[in-house]
Design a protein. Structure first.
Length: 163
């Protein structure tokens, strides 16, 4: 008989997925800040870089609650999203379309994270991991706020300049 996997296993695997993703994002954000032309966009990336460090620590706390050492698991989705961003940075370097491209890539990243943290929070509650819920909720809030900030910037100067 095949060994039965549980929602708890799925939670742990998804936690590893987002842990890996956050580490990749932490590496990408300084490059995005450096590449951005608008000061507001640079600042948004730098602020989110600091938040991301805290988000990684929160995930490490959740691993600890599970009695597991923090471990990442290759996430092809985030690698793909980040690769698309790199391509835009290269192909649109020095053009007015660079910042809109960076914004679009960053929003794709945030949307992936929002999906993951929303799911993890729901599963943590269902699994009775009540101490993990507020940690996942705190990060989910930061990702949503970042997405909202990027939406505001996309509608403001950053994109108007490119028009
Ligand atoms: Fe994050
Ligand atoms: Fe993934
Ligand atoms: Fe984020």
């Amino acid at each position: 008989m095949a060994q039965e996997k549980t929602l708890h296993d799925l939670f742990t695997e998804t936690l590893k997925d987002i842990y890996y993703a956050e580490k990749q994002i932490l590496r990408a954000l300084p490059k995005m800040a450096k590449s951005a032309q608008s000061e507001q966009l640079k600042m948004a990336f730098r602020t989110h870089q600091e938040q991301t460090e805290g988000q990684i620590e929160r995930l490490e706390q959740v691993f600890e609650m599970l009695g597991k050492a923090p471990r990442g698991k290759h996430c092809p989705a985030i690698v793909g999203i980040i690769d698309e961003g790199k391509e835009i940075m290269e192909d649109f370097a020095g053009t007015d379309a660079l910042d809109p491209g960076l914004l679009a890539g960053a929003q794709a990243v945030e949307h992936y994270e929002i999906a993951r943290y929303g799911t993890l929070k729901t599963w943590a509650a269902q699994l009775g991991l009540t101490d993990a819920v507020p940690l996942l909720e705190a990060t989910l809030k930061e990702e949503k706020e970042t997405d909202a900030l990027l939406t505001r910037l996309a509608g403001a100067d950053v994109n108007r300049k490119a028009a």
